[in-house]
Structures are given as structure tokens and as C-alpha cells.
Design a binder for this molecule. Structure first.
Ligand code: OGA
Ligand code: MN
Length: 282
């Protein structure tokens, strides 16, 4: 088997890994290369993979415990609660997946006490227009954004907590009263320390983060908007252009992401999604 090779994207985040067939078991040296690259680059992509749902779940499990997502209860692949479809496709008038998921910048499950450590998508169908690939995914490196802050801002935000509220964001798919009850507002530090590398990153998002603890509404909003906008400056961004067969995995502590909604039916988009359970942010 060829050795895995890491090719940095040349942007602020992202690296391609070649030389690995993710449908096969990985030995510990190979996985160590992958983990190290994810710690360093925040986003990894593997091209030309051919996976079954079981393969994707098995690869996800190398990173940690696969998590159940509330969307999987409706859109699970083969009824699984841990791998579900993101798609704009309808069959017999019914959506087969969550449509228009994550259109604005965010980090996954920040509304939860234990937000997702990592998220993985596998591209089954990629929308195109006359051969032009559409429906990309943007990634912003929130650790690089933290590093670029002036020292006075770092000092000002060092011990602040944000209130993250499941109801803050307009969601693409309906949410039940049970979902809302399951995720009461939660406080997270707005500067997070990476659980593996110790690197600091900004953890603040418009809409999901509704207030800063101890600040009035005006001050809270000013800080949320200034920092959220800072994270998504062009110098911190890698935008992934999907090809069918791509597997992309990202670290939700290090990067934020968003789906680019520049396509529509009859161009079809279908991705399978898994997540890895995370720890309480510190
Ligand atoms: C997600 C997400 C982006 C995309 O799955 O969490 O935000 O491009 N997806 O589909
Ligand atoms: Mn997301």
C-alpha cells in the first residue's frame, strides 16, 4: 500500500491526503498521520473514495465515538441514527435529507453542552452546471483568526463566555419541541483551547451565540459581530470544491464552515454525514 501523503492546500486551512483507501482498515501509523494532519490543518480531504455507510462509520470511529444527530432520525442512511443525508433531492414528494443545511457560517452543534468534535461528509452526488461544480463548502480557520487578533482584544475576551442557543438560528428543517427541550441555552468560552493541541481558537458565531455573559445586549452584539466577521476574513478561508467520491473531515474547534447555496434542482447534491462526539469546550 502506498504511504499516506499530506498536501497542504496552501490556504489558511485544509490539506489533501493521498495514498489511502478509506474502505480498508487503517493501521495505527496511518491513522496517526491523519490525526496529526487534522490537528494541523483543521480540514482534510481524500479524493476518489468508494464507501458504504459502514465504511464511513468505521472511518469516523477512528476519531472518536460517532454521535447521534437529531436529523438522522428522519434522514438516516438505511435507518442508521449516526449517518444521515444532506441533500436537495426529493423522492415521491418527500425530502430525502436535510436541505440547505449550514448555509451561514457556524461550527457544528455549538448549541450542545458537548459540541461535535469532528464532522465528516462523503460526496455521493455533486451539483454541476455545464460541468462547473457548485455547492462548495467554505472553511474558516478560527485558530488562525485568534492568532491574528491584537493583544488588547485577546486580553479583553480572555475569560468571556458566550450564550449559545439552539433557537438562535433559523433552521432549514423543522425542529420539534423535543429537540428544543433537549438543548437548553448553554455557555461556552468564546476562546477555546483545543483538546489535543492546546491551541486557542475563537468560538463565536452569529445567531447561535446570542449573548456574552456579563455584557448588555448592545455590547454583546458588537463583540459577537466583530469577532464572527473577523473569523471569516478571506485570509482565513479554504473553500472546498467537491468531486464525487470526496471524503472531507473537519475539526469543529479549529474551523467554522458554511455550505455555498449556489445550485438548485435539477442539479442534485447528496452527501452522507457523520459526526464525532466532543468534550465540553474549555
Ligand atoms: C454540515 C454542514 C455543509 C455542506 O453538514 O454540518 O454544515 O456544505 N454542511 O453541506
Ligand atoms: Mn455544519
Amino acid at each position: 500500500m502506498p504511504a499516506p501523503t499530506v498536501h497542504p492546500s496552501g490556504r489558511a486551512a485544509g490539506a489533501e491526503i493521498t495514498g489511502i483507501d478509506l474502505a480498508k482498515d487503517l493501521n495505527s501509523e496511518t491513522f496517526a498521520v491523519i490525526q496529526q494532519a487534522l490537528d494541523e490543518h483543521g480540514v482534510l480531504y481524500f479524493r476518489n473514495q468508494t464507501l458504504t455507510p459502514e465504511h464511513q462509520i468505521a472511518f469516523t470511529a477512528y476519531f472518536g465515538e460517532p454521535d447521534v444527530n437529531f436529523n438522522a432520525l428522519r434522514f438516516g442512511v438505511n435507518g442508521s441514527p449516526i449517518i444521515y443525508r444532506i441533500s436537495n433531492i426529493t423522492e415521491n414528494g418527500q425530502a430525502i435529507g436535510t436541505r440547505r443545511a449550514g448555509e451561514t457560517w457556524h461550527t457544528d452543534m455549538s448549541y450542545a453542552k458537548n459540541p461535535a468534535l469532528a464532522t465528516m461528509l462523503y460526496a455521493v452526488e455533486v451539483p454541476t452546471l455545464h460541468g462547473l461544480p457548485l455547492g462548495g463548502t467554505g472553511f474558516a480557520n478560527a485558530a488562525a483568526a485568534y492568532d491574528a487578533l491584537p493583544q488588547s482584544m485577546r486580553d479583553a475576551i480572555a475569560n468571556l463566555k458566550g450564550v449559545f442557543d439552539f433557537r438562535g438560528r433559523k433552521r432549514s428543517s423543522p425542529v420539534s419541541a423535543e429537540d428544543i427541550a433537549k438543548y437548553p441555552p448553554v455557555e461556552h468560552p468564546i476562546v477555546r483551547t483545543h483538546p489535543r493541541t492546546g491551541r486557542k481558537s475563537l468560538y463565536i458565531v452569529r445567531d447561535d451565540c446570542t449573548a456574552i455573559v456579563g455584557k448588555d445586549a448592545r455590547e454583546s452584539q458588537a463583540l459577537i459581530e466583530a469577532l464572527a466577521d473577523h473569523i471569516i476574513k478571506p485570509e482565513f478561508i479554504y473553500q472546498h470544491t467537491w468531486q464525487q467520491g470526496d471524503v472531507v473531515v473537519w475539526d469543529n474547534c479549529t474551523v467554522q464552515h458554511r455550505a455555498v447555496q449556489d445550485y438548485d434542482l435539477p442539479s442534485r447534491r447528496l452527501l452522507w454525514r457523520t459526526t464525532v462526539k466532543g468534550s465540553v469546550p474549555v
